[in-house]
Design a protein around this ligand. Sequence first.
Ligand SMILES: Cc1cc2nc3c(=O)[nH]c(=O)nc-3n(C[C@H](O)[C@H](O)[C@H](O)COP(=O)(O)OP(=O)(O)OC[C@H]3O[C@@H](n4cnc5c(N)ncnc54)[C@H](O)[C@@H]3O)c2cc1C
Length: 410
Amino acid sequence: MRDALIVGAGPAGLSAAIAAAGSGNGMRITVLDEYPRAGGRLLGQLHQEPDGSWWNGIKEASQLMERALRDGVDIRTGVSVTGLERNGDEGWTVWTNEGLFQAKRLLLATGAAESAIPVPGWTLPGVMSIGAAQVMTNVQRVKVGNRGVVIGMNVLAMAIVSELRLAGIELAAIVLPPKNALSGHASDPNRVFNSLLRFAHMAPNPMFRWGASLIRPSWLQRLVVAGYPGSGLRIWDTPLQLRRSALEIVGTDSVEGVRVAKITPDGRVVAGSERFVEADFVCIAGGLYPLAELAAVAGCPFRYAPQLGGHIPLHAESMRTPLSRLYVAGNITGVESAKVAIAQGAVAGTAMALDDSGGASIALSAELERAISRVKQVRREAVIQFHPDIERFREQMYLEQGTILRYRIN
Ligand SMILES: Cc1cc2nc3c(=O)[nH]c(=O)nc-3n(C[C@H](O)[C@H](O)[C@H](O)COP(=O)(O)OP(=O)(O)OC[C@H]3O[C@@H](n4cnc5c(N)ncnc54)[C@H](O)[C@@H]3O)c2cc1C
């Protein structure tokens, strides 16, 4: 039987494997991932850091994979985990398309998934999620189209718009989704503007960054939204049209364009303001939520955490869950950047190694505390913050649990 099985070869899973394999316990570790290539969502990432250097996800993923392989980690791709079951206090059995796997400890690092916002016409060929456009562009190196429209404004959309522009793809506009039961705050210009200010530091134009830093009071934000130019403000050479909403994606056999209309500051369509924007592809950006179904199948208790993207498995700062020998790390615990996922993976891997030693290793206990502190530091310095108040919310959640879960040998 393996000492540890890790589901997900993204940054969290690979980093956990490296920490556990390098702990000196001689742990035998297998990492499973359903995608043909290890790296998870890292593979699609390409952005410039504040110091001017480039974050190249493909390179980061290769480095993590090489380190894991060097430490003897068994990485298997194309293996999809469909179910799991606890073997009393002995560990876990996992069901996959390649048969059963058993291990003393199980770490779930399955990442996040994209939320969908329905828009009339969204089944036409040429409509995709913004994350699919990222993968096609940066991983598969396929041009998604010649001229696109992005429906939805959030931090992920902004990051990927900059990547599409880097690849030379023209974007006609970024507009809001239509107001419907599922679009919620994403179709409200005031709410969206408030959230855009949180990642204005990513904007390429220094005037934009400086201006955004001044617009803090809510009355001033409402004033800016009320006077927002109808043609939008250009960001990465693309009009960010906060006061326009997509009504329908139009086309016969594939996307031909998007019908858009002006909207009031509270998101109501202005009658007679419709126009047609020509495009041959459309990206829908509905945001991310933690992909946590396997934790539910395991019977792990959950908590609703809108600040972290949705329902998350209950866990401690040590990444232990209340279930014996079950751990979580990365976006399954809340949507954050890849660097945070790497830091959380190191915590989970160290916790597994410490528990494997029966809690006896003073060196591993000290390393676990250091790894927990590192997560907080990385979180504070993260360029991409998916939600406000993540740190405060996590502190509160961990405090409510008390210290039992954090220090219990699992
Ligand atoms: C579409 C999208 C785009 C993103 N873009 C960015 C970005 O540009 N910048 C940024 O900082 N963050 C981005 N993120 C957030 C991103 O998830 C984190 O940065 C980071 O990759 C999270 O790491 P992780 O290891 O938790 O999960 P992931 O990187 O998502 O890795 C999880 C892995 O688990 C595997 N998996 C899931 N379920 C199963 C199963 N049942 N069986 C087997 N394998 C399974 C997946 O195939 C995947 O490889 C994006 C997320 C998404 C969903």
